[in-house]
Design a protein around this ligand. Structure first.
Ligand SMILES: CC(C)(COP(=O)(O)OP(=O)(O)OC[C@H]1O[C@@H](n2cnc3c(N)ncnc32)[C@H](O)[C@@H]1OP(=O)(O)O)[C@@H](O)C(=O)NCCC(=O)NCCS
Length: 208
């Protein structure tokens, strides 16, 4: 089993090299590419716009203006040792979504959660999120030694759950969540004893 330091070094190296991975279908046709996320103004704008359009799918909400989003990318992605995100782009170089890995576990086995799964464009790369996540998981298994993948998704997000079941994820458990309005950050957090849940997080798992 790889040691934690080796896994973090491999994540760092992939970011420094701005790793690029091709996404193929089962016949080897090149469908899209994955490229390590950066914090250029164009990239930040995509993240902010897409996140705003899908604000209901994320547990944390803040005003997705360019400045806040740039700070989030720098702190929570670029320099975060246990998160790696990629942009997805068509063979013509059009960005259409992003995806990645975060929330690593190192004991008793190496695990990671799918993170920031987002289709920002509906008009291109139809059906490609499925093979893109497969490519991400293969890379994580081969290069980071991940043995178990997990994720958390709102249980009312049927389209995302269909995607994850297509990829072999199984339903594990439900976590009751309550909405907490804050300024500037509002979030869904786990219910405490006796609190009435507003929604549920579904935890899903899949062996690598
Ligand atoms: C969740 C999300 C990524 C799913 O994306 P997606 O487009 O369904 O995923 P894929 O690209 O793999 O496409 C699969 C769909 O395209 C269809 N499809 C597959 N190949 C296709 C093709 N060549 N042409 C047209 N449609 C195709 C599939 O039937 C499937 O549709 P279905 O779920 O209605 O059966 C997307 O809805 C999204 O970004 N939502 C907002 C953010 C979010 O909720 N993220 C998850 C947080 S946990």
């Amino acid at each position: 089993m790889p040691r934690k330091e080796d896994i973090l070094a491999a994540i760092r190296a992939a970011k420094e090299a701005q790793l690029h991975l091709p996404v193929h279908d089962e016949h080897g046709t090149h469908l899209s590419s994955m490229r390590v996320m950066g914090s250029s103004p164009e990239e930040v704008k995509h993240i902010a716009d897409w996140r705003e359009a899908a604000r209901d799918s994320a547990p944390t909400m803040f005003p997705y203006n360019l400045e806040n989003t740039r700070r989030w990318v720098e702190k929570q992605v670029d320099t975060h040792p246990e998160r790696i995100l990629f942009f997805l782009e068509t063979p013509d170089g059009e960005r259409w979504g992003h995806l990645g890995l975060a929330t690593f576990g190192f004991e008793p086995h190496v695990s990671a959660e799918l993170d920031a799964i987002m289709r920002g464009r509906e008009d291109i790369a139809k059906g490609v999120m499925t093979p893109a996540i497969r490519t991400l998981m293969e890379w994580g298994k081969e290069n980071l030694g991940i043995q178990q993948f997990g994720l958390r998704v709102f249980s009312d997000n049927e389209r995302a759950i269909r995607l994850y079941e297509r990829l072999g994820f199984e339903r594990d458990r439900l976590i009751p969540m309550i909405f907490e309005k804050g300024e500037p950050i509002s979030k869904w957090r786990e219910c405490l004893e006796g609190e009435e849940p507003g929604r549920y997080f579904l935890v899903m798992r899949r062996p690598a």
